[in-house]
Ligand binder design. Structure first.
Ligand code: ZN
Length: 139
């Protein structure tokens, strides 16, 4: 089995384990991730235009249930964040987008088309399986 096929099977398994549904279409990129707080394997998402504004743009509908709006008291802003379905902790945008151990580190801006989706998924799979020895590094 090639990496991308294996990765898709893994995604199906994790989404089923976490009682979530993977988005259809090509607007989202997704990857398995270990919650920094409870260590449970969850799915994190990234979407078009989420990169530049640090996940503050509205995710495209239908929005995955683990993307939730949160409010930060410090800067008095509401933003969208990946949230753990098990313990409700926010998975930090900075780690998800900019840390070298994040599965999304390899991605450019998300483009909503099939070709770009398949290319990105392949890259995420490659990167995920290349990193898995030291996974997770985030805590
Ligand atoms: Zn958790």
């Amino acid at each position: 089995m090639d990496k991308t096929t294996e990765f898709k099977k893994l995604m199906t398994k994790v989404s089923s384990d976490t009682n979530t549904t993977l988005p259809q279409g090509y607007q989202y990129r997704y990857a398995p991730y270990n919650c920094w707080k409870c260590s449970k394997e969850i799915i994190i998402y990234k979407w078009a235009n989420s990169l530049l504004e640090g996940e503050m743009s509205e995710p495209p509908a239908p929005i995955p249930v683990t993307l939730k709006q949160r409010h930060t008291a410090m800067s008095d802003e509401t933003y969208w964040a990946n949230v753990c379905p098990s313990c409700d902790s926010v998975q930090g945008d900075f780690f998800i987008n900019h840390e070298p151990d994040s599965p999304f580190f390899v991605l450019d801006e998300i483009i909503d088309d099939e070709k770009s989706f398949n290319k990105d998924l392949e890259q995420i799979a490659d990167y995920y399986y290349g990193q898995i020895v030291s996974w997770p590094l985030q805590n």
